[in-house]
Design a protein around this ligand. Structure first.
Ligand code: BTN
Length: 243
């Protein structure tokens, strides 16, 4: 087994950028977590920024994946499951995974996950909106994002929440070998939390836009879409609700 190094910062630009730099410059495998109270340049997928004021939980963890794991991209969905399992202990309201990397609560985004690869090590960055109240959220995000506090979920000890999520992802990856073995059980759980089910969506990938109805997640973690030309398997892309 390995032990993890935890680094805590009051403020940084991006915990994921910091950890990627650490992994890049290390001579051996890095199992570390960098956590910050706030980020001045939090990053999301497709170059978007991630609103990261004080009051959230922002951390990035590195997971060396060894030689060619069968299904490396599946790690983002697994991380989403670990986040849902930890948060579900705090609320009876169901937590949903908006394929592939957002966690939704009551129709709004509560958490974003960004996975990046540095020389075979996955750097998984997780941002959870914890203590923000209405007035802390800019107008343009009010209809889009939510926080634990806004859902009357007693903000937990954020560090404990983080340890729980990292420990459970470590267990799935290194004890249960989730990226090399069968995915059926995970996919069943992911589909039970599938936010996009039966919703009309537009998938944008570079210049390409595909429209259809989201059906489910496949065993490899792809999005199955019903289009005018039949079902299509979407491996990556930005999902926009088409309503
Ligand atoms: C997204 O919404 O597209 C993903 C957002 C991921 C945000 C987390 S917060 C911790 C880590 N540091 C970053 O800059 N991004 C991730």
């Amino acid at each position: 087994m390995f032990s993890r190094d935890y680094i805590f910062k009051n403020e940084t630009v991006s915990t994921s950028s910091d950890l990627k730099e650490t992994v890049r410059s290390a001579k051996k495998s890095v199992y570390a977590v960098i956590c910050a109270e706030e980020q001045s340049g939090g990053r999301g997928r497709t170059g978007k920024s991630f609103f990261s004021p004080k009051g959230g939980l922002y951390f990035s963890a590195s997971f060396p994946l060894g030689e060619n794991p069968k299904n490396a991209p599946f790690i983002t969905l697994l991380a989403g499951l670990c986040v849902c399992r930890a948060l579900q202990k705090l609320t009876p309201e169901k937590l949903y995974i908006k394929w592939p990397n957002d966690i939704y609560l009551n129709g709004k985004k509560l958490c974003g996950i960004l996975t990046e690869n540095v020389n075979g090590t996955a750097v998984v960055g997780i941002g959870i909106n914890c203590d923000m109240r209405d007035e802390d959220i800019p107008d343009e995000l009010k209809n889009i994002v939510t926080s634990l506090a806004q859902n009357a979920i007693a903000p937990p000890d954020k560090k404990v929440l983080m340890y729980e999520i990292v420990d459970s992802l470590d267990e799935e990856l290194y004890e249960k070998n989730a990226l090399s073995g069968e995915t059926q059980e995970y996919v069943r759980e992911i589909n039970s939390r599938f936010y996009l089910r039966d919703k009309p969506v537009k998938i944008v990938s570079g210049e390409t836009v595909i429209s259809g109805k989201a059906l489910c997640v496949s065993e490899s973690g792809a999005l199955i879409l019903l289009t005018e030309n039949g079902t299509k398997e979407i491996i990556s892309g930005e999902v926009n609700l088409a309503v």
